[in-house]
Design a protein around this ligand. Structure first.
Ligand SMILES: NC(=O)c1ccc[n+]([C@@H]2O[C@H](COP(=O)([O-])OP(=O)(O)OC[C@H]3O[C@@H](n4cnc5c(N)ncnc54)[C@H](OP(=O)(O)O)[C@@H]3O)[C@@H](O)[C@H]2O)c1
Length: 257
Protein backbone atom coordinates (compact mmCIF):
# COMPACT_ATOMS: atom_id res chain seq x y z
CA UNK A 1 0.00 0.00 0.00
CA UNK A 2 1.30 3.51 -0.79
CA UNK A 3 2.19 5.86 2.07
CA UNK A 4 -0.44 8.26 3.38
CA UNK A 5 0.35 11.97 2.81
CA UNK A 6 1.98 13.49 5.88
CA UNK A 7 0.50 16.85 6.93
CA UNK A 8 2.03 16.68 10.40
CA UNK A 9 4.44 19.52 11.24
CA UNK A 10 5.59 18.20 14.60
CA UNK A 11 9.29 18.91 15.05
CA UNK A 12 9.32 21.56 12.29
CA UNK A 13 10.40 25.16 12.90
CA UNK A 14 8.50 27.89 11.02
CA UNK A 15 8.69 31.66 10.69
CA UNK A 16 5.66 33.70 9.62
CA UNK A 17 6.32 37.37 8.87
CA UNK A 18 3.54 39.86 9.59
CA UNK A 19 1.70 37.60 12.01
CA UNK A 20 0.36 40.17 14.50
CA UNK A 21 -3.13 40.08 12.96
CA UNK A 22 -5.17 39.15 9.92
CA UNK A 23 -4.07 36.44 7.50
CA UNK A 24 -0.59 36.00 8.98
CA UNK A 25 -2.07 35.41 12.42
CA UNK A 26 -4.36 32.67 11.07
CA UNK A 27 -1.52 31.04 9.13
CA UNK A 28 0.77 31.08 12.19
CA UNK A 29 -1.98 29.53 14.31
CA UNK A 30 -2.64 26.87 11.66
CA UNK A 31 1.01 25.87 11.44
CA UNK A 32 1.21 25.71 15.25
CA UNK A 33 -1.95 23.58 15.40
CA UNK A 34 -0.32 21.22 12.90
CA UNK A 35 2.61 20.84 15.32
CA UNK A 36 5.24 23.39 14.24
CA UNK A 37 7.12 25.71 16.58
CA UNK A 38 6.31 29.10 15.07
CA UNK A 39 8.37 32.27 15.03
CA UNK A 40 5.87 35.11 14.80
CA UNK A 41 6.91 38.60 13.82
CA UNK A 42 5.76 42.18 13.35
CA UNK A 43 7.28 45.65 13.56
CA UNK A 44 6.67 45.81 17.32
CA UNK A 45 6.73 43.07 19.93
CA UNK A 46 3.64 44.53 21.65
CA UNK A 47 1.56 43.81 18.54
CA UNK A 48 2.32 40.10 18.87
CA UNK A 49 0.71 39.46 22.27
CA UNK A 50 -2.67 38.35 20.81
CA UNK A 51 -1.08 35.85 18.38
CA UNK A 52 1.18 34.54 21.14
CA UNK A 53 -1.85 33.92 23.39
CA UNK A 54 -3.84 32.25 20.61
CA UNK A 55 -1.00 29.84 19.85
CA UNK A 56 -0.29 29.09 23.52
CA UNK A 57 -4.04 28.56 24.20
CA UNK A 58 -4.06 26.04 21.35
CA UNK A 59 -1.21 24.18 23.05
CA UNK A 60 1.38 25.41 20.55
CA UNK A 61 4.77 27.06 20.78
CA UNK A 62 5.13 30.74 19.69
CA UNK A 63 8.42 32.63 19.45
CA UNK A 64 7.74 36.39 19.05
CA UNK A 65 10.28 38.56 17.28
CA UNK A 66 10.42 42.22 16.30
CA UNK A 67 11.19 42.52 12.61
CA UNK A 68 10.63 45.17 9.92
CA UNK A 69 11.16 43.33 6.64
CA UNK A 70 12.18 46.60 4.93
CA UNK A 71 15.32 46.66 7.06
CA UNK A 72 17.32 43.97 5.28
CA UNK A 73 20.37 43.94 7.57
CA UNK A 74 18.40 43.79 10.80
CA UNK A 75 16.04 41.16 9.40
CA UNK A 76 19.01 38.97 8.43
CA UNK A 77 20.50 39.33 11.93
CA UNK A 78 17.16 38.44 13.55
CA UNK A 79 16.68 35.40 11.32
CA UNK A 80 20.25 34.20 11.96
CA UNK A 81 19.67 34.57 15.72
CA UNK A 82 16.33 32.74 15.48
CA UNK A 83 17.90 29.86 13.55
CA UNK A 84 20.84 29.68 15.98
CA UNK A 85 18.41 29.45 18.92
CA UNK A 86 16.07 26.91 17.27
CA UNK A 87 18.84 24.92 15.61
CA UNK A 88 17.19 25.07 12.17
CA UNK A 89 14.38 26.54 10.09
CA UNK A 90 12.08 24.38 7.96
CA UNK A 91 9.30 26.76 6.88
CA UNK A 92 9.11 30.46 5.95
CA UNK A 93 5.84 32.21 5.21
CA UNK A 94 6.44 35.59 3.56
CA UNK A 95 3.17 37.19 4.64
CA UNK A 96 4.14 40.72 5.80
CA UNK A 97 2.38 43.12 3.50
CA UNK A 98 1.36 46.74 3.08
CA UNK A 99 -1.12 48.52 0.84
CA UNK A 100 -2.14 52.13 0.42
CA UNK A 101 -4.60 52.99 -2.32
CA UNK A 102 -3.28 55.79 -4.48
CA UNK A 103 -4.27 56.90 -8.01
CA UNK A 104 -1.22 56.58 -10.25
CA UNK A 105 -1.16 60.23 -11.37
CA UNK A 106 -0.70 61.29 -7.74
CA UNK A 107 1.39 58.38 -6.49
CA UNK A 108 4.47 59.46 -4.51
CA UNK A 109 7.86 57.78 -4.51
CA UNK A 110 7.50 57.35 -0.75
CA UNK A 111 4.31 55.27 -1.06
CA UNK A 112 5.77 53.24 -3.95
CA UNK A 113 8.86 52.43 -1.86
CA UNK A 114 6.89 51.55 1.26
CA UNK A 115 4.67 49.09 -0.61
CA UNK A 116 7.29 47.52 -2.88
CA UNK A 117 9.99 47.37 -0.20
CA UNK A 118 7.61 45.55 2.15
CA UNK A 119 5.85 43.20 -0.26
CA UNK A 120 8.64 42.35 -2.72
CA UNK A 121 12.10 43.40 -1.56
CA UNK A 122 11.39 42.39 2.02
CA UNK A 123 10.03 39.02 0.94
CA UNK A 124 13.06 38.32 -1.24
CA UNK A 125 15.61 39.09 1.46
CA UNK A 126 13.69 37.05 4.04
CA UNK A 127 13.77 34.18 1.55
CA UNK A 128 17.48 34.71 0.96
CA UNK A 129 18.30 34.82 4.69
CA UNK A 130 16.27 31.71 5.40
CA UNK A 131 17.38 30.02 2.16
CA UNK A 132 21.04 30.22 3.19
CA UNK A 133 20.23 28.08 6.23
CA UNK A 134 17.90 25.73 4.34
CA UNK A 135 20.47 25.19 1.58
CA UNK A 136 22.92 23.82 4.17
CA UNK A 137 20.31 21.66 5.91
CA UNK A 138 19.97 17.96 5.02
CA UNK A 139 16.17 18.29 4.88
CA UNK A 140 16.05 21.57 2.88
CA UNK A 141 12.95 23.62 3.54
CA UNK A 142 9.79 25.16 2.17
CA UNK A 143 8.88 28.78 1.51
CA UNK A 144 5.34 30.11 1.01
CA UNK A 145 4.85 33.59 -0.44
CA UNK A 146 1.53 35.32 0.15
CA UNK A 147 0.58 36.69 -3.26
CA UNK A 148 -2.79 38.15 -4.23
CA UNK A 149 -5.43 38.31 -6.94
CA UNK A 150 -3.43 41.35 -8.08
CA UNK A 151 -0.64 38.93 -9.00
CA UNK A 152 -2.98 38.09 -11.90
CA UNK A 153 -5.44 40.95 -12.44
CA UNK A 154 -5.20 44.73 -12.64
CA UNK A 155 -6.84 46.82 -9.92
CA UNK A 156 -7.10 50.62 -10.30
CA UNK A 157 -5.16 52.78 -7.82
CA UNK A 158 -3.20 49.72 -6.70
CA UNK A 159 -0.25 49.84 -9.11
CA UNK A 160 2.62 49.45 -6.62
CA UNK A 161 0.67 46.75 -4.77
CA UNK A 162 -0.14 44.86 -7.99
CA UNK A 163 3.43 45.30 -9.22
CA UNK A 164 4.81 43.94 -5.96
CA UNK A 165 2.43 40.96 -5.88
CA UNK A 166 3.00 40.13 -9.57
CA UNK A 167 6.72 40.36 -8.83
CA UNK A 168 6.29 38.08 -5.85
CA UNK A 169 4.68 35.47 -8.09
CA UNK A 170 7.60 35.78 -10.53
CA UNK A 171 10.01 35.50 -7.62
CA UNK A 172 8.21 32.36 -6.44
CA UNK A 173 8.68 30.66 -9.81
CA UNK A 174 12.29 31.80 -10.28
CA UNK A 175 13.42 30.78 -6.79
CA UNK A 176 11.59 27.45 -7.14
CA UNK A 177 13.65 26.60 -10.21
CA UNK A 178 16.92 27.92 -8.74
CA UNK A 179 16.63 26.20 -5.36
CA UNK A 180 14.91 22.93 -6.31
CA UNK A 181 18.26 21.11 -6.42
CA UNK A 182 19.06 22.49 -2.94
CA UNK A 183 15.94 20.82 -1.52
CA UNK A 184 14.10 24.11 -1.04
CA UNK A 185 10.53 24.27 -2.35
CA UNK A 186 9.05 27.70 -3.06
CA UNK A 187 5.30 28.09 -3.53
CA UNK A 188 2.67 30.77 -3.08
CA UNK A 189 -0.93 31.27 -2.10
CA UNK A 190 -3.19 33.92 -3.59
CA UNK A 191 -5.90 34.88 -1.11
CA UNK A 192 -9.04 36.36 -2.63
CA UNK A 193 -11.21 38.74 -0.60
CA UNK A 194 -10.71 38.66 3.17
CA UNK A 195 -11.80 41.34 5.63
CA UNK A 196 -8.75 42.45 7.65
CA UNK A 197 -7.23 45.71 8.88
CA UNK A 198 -5.73 46.13 5.41
CA UNK A 199 -9.03 45.83 3.55
CA UNK A 200 -11.61 46.88 6.14
CA UNK A 201 -12.28 50.26 4.55
CA UNK A 202 -13.74 48.60 1.44
CA UNK A 203 -16.10 46.40 3.46
CA UNK A 204 -17.68 49.47 5.07
CA UNK A 205 -19.29 50.14 1.68
CA UNK A 206 -22.33 47.86 1.22
CA UNK A 207 -22.38 48.59 -2.52
CA UNK A 208 -18.77 47.42 -2.86
CA UNK A 209 -19.56 44.27 -0.89
CA UNK A 210 -22.45 43.24 -3.09
CA UNK A 211 -20.53 44.04 -6.31
CA UNK A 212 -17.62 41.89 -5.13
CA UNK A 213 -19.81 39.02 -3.99
CA UNK A 214 -21.28 38.93 -7.50
CA UNK A 215 -17.77 38.35 -8.88
CA UNK A 216 -16.97 35.47 -6.51
CA UNK A 217 -18.48 32.17 -7.73
CA UNK A 218 -18.92 30.87 -4.15
CA UNK A 219 -20.72 34.15 -3.26
CA UNK A 220 -18.89 34.61 0.05
CA UNK A 221 -15.80 36.36 1.35
CA UNK A 222 -12.99 34.30 2.83
CA UNK A 223 -12.34 33.82 6.53
CA UNK A 224 -8.63 34.01 7.51
CA UNK A 225 -8.90 30.45 8.88
CA UNK A 226 -9.60 29.31 5.29
CA UNK A 227 -5.87 29.77 4.61
CA UNK A 228 -4.73 27.26 7.22
CA UNK A 229 -5.25 24.15 5.08
CA UNK A 230 -3.29 25.46 2.11
CA UNK A 231 -0.48 26.72 4.35
CA UNK A 232 -0.22 23.36 6.13
CA UNK A 233 -0.26 21.50 2.79
CA UNK A 234 2.49 23.64 1.26
CA UNK A 235 4.53 23.61 4.49
CA UNK A 236 4.34 19.86 4.96
CA UNK A 237 5.72 16.74 3.30
CA UNK A 238 2.26 16.24 1.77
CA UNK A 239 3.39 18.69 -0.95
CA UNK A 240 6.93 17.32 -1.25
CA UNK A 241 6.74 17.15 -5.11
CA UNK A 242 5.13 20.61 -5.48
CA UNK A 243 7.22 23.69 -6.20
CA UNK A 244 6.79 26.95 -8.12
CA UNK A 245 3.00 26.88 -7.78
CA UNK A 246 0.49 29.45 -6.58
CA UNK A 247 -2.73 28.20 -5.03
CA UNK A 248 -5.69 30.58 -5.21
CA UNK A 249 -7.87 30.62 -2.12
CA UNK A 250 -10.57 32.79 -3.50
CA UNK A 251 -13.98 31.09 -3.70
CA UNK A 252 -13.38 30.49 -7.40
CA UNK A 253 -12.60 34.10 -8.38
CA UNK A 254 -9.51 33.37 -10.49
CA UNK A 255 -11.28 30.53 -12.28
CA UNK A 256 -13.97 32.94 -13.41
CA UNK A 257 -11.88 35.69 -15.01
N1 LIG B 1 -6.83 40.79 3.20
C1 LIG B 1 -6.91 40.40 1.94
O1 LIG B 1 -8.00 40.34 1.35
C2 LIG B 1 -5.67 39.97 1.22
C3 LIG B 1 -5.84 39.43 -0.07
C4 LIG B 1 -4.71 39.01 -0.77
C5 LIG B 1 -3.46 39.10 -0.20
N2 LIG B 1 -3.31 39.64 1.05
C6 LIG B 1 -1.95 39.69 1.60
O2 LIG B 1 -1.95 38.96 2.81
C7 LIG B 1 -0.94 39.47 3.67
C8 LIG B 1 -1.56 39.81 5.01
O3 LIG B 1 -2.53 40.82 4.78
P1 LIG B 1 -3.67 41.18 5.84
O4 LIG B 1 -4.89 41.43 5.06
O5 LIG B 1 -3.68 40.21 6.95
O6 LIG B 1 -3.12 42.61 6.32
P2 LIG B 1 -2.94 43.25 7.78
O7 LIG B 1 -4.07 42.87 8.66
O8 LIG B 1 -2.69 44.69 7.54
O9 LIG B 1 -1.62 42.54 8.33
C9 LIG B 1 -0.37 42.87 7.78
C10 LIG B 1 0.70 42.24 8.63
O10 LIG B 1 1.98 42.60 8.08
C11 LIG B 1 2.75 43.22 9.10
N3 LIG B 1 3.64 44.21 8.50
C12 LIG B 1 3.30 45.30 7.80
N4 LIG B 1 4.40 45.95 7.38
C13 LIG B 1 5.47 45.24 7.86
C14 LIG B 1 6.88 45.38 7.77
N5 LIG B 1 7.43 46.43 7.10
N6 LIG B 1 7.67 44.48 8.37
C15 LIG B 1 7.11 43.44 9.03
N7 LIG B 1 5.80 43.23 9.17
C16 LIG B 1 4.98 44.13 8.57
C17 LIG B 1 1.75 43.80 10.07
O11 LIG B 1 2.32 43.88 11.36
P3 LIG B 1 2.56 45.26 12.18
O12 LIG B 1 1.71 46.33 11.54
O13 LIG B 1 2.13 44.90 13.57
O14 LIG B 1 4.03 45.49 12.04
C18 LIG B 1 0.66 42.72 10.06
O15 LIG B 1 1.01 41.66 10.92
C19 LIG B 1 -0.34 40.66 2.95
O16 LIG B 1 0.83 40.26 2.26
C20 LIG B 1 -1.43 41.04 1.96
O17 LIG B 1 -0.91 41.74 0.88
C21 LIG B 1 -4.39 40.08 1.76
Amino acid sequence: MSAQPNFNLTGKVALVTGSSRGLGQAIALGLAQAGASVGISARTLDALSETTSMIMDAGGFALPMELDVRNVGNTRDMIDKFVAEQGKIDILVNNAGYEEVSPSLELSEEIWDKIVDTNLKGAFFCAQSVGRHMADAPTGGTIINVCSLTSYVGVPAAVPYGSSKSGLLGMTRALATEWAERGIRVNAIAPGYFRTAMTNVFYEDAGWQSAMLNKIPMRSFGDPSDLKGAAIFLASDASRYVTGQCLGIDGGYLASI
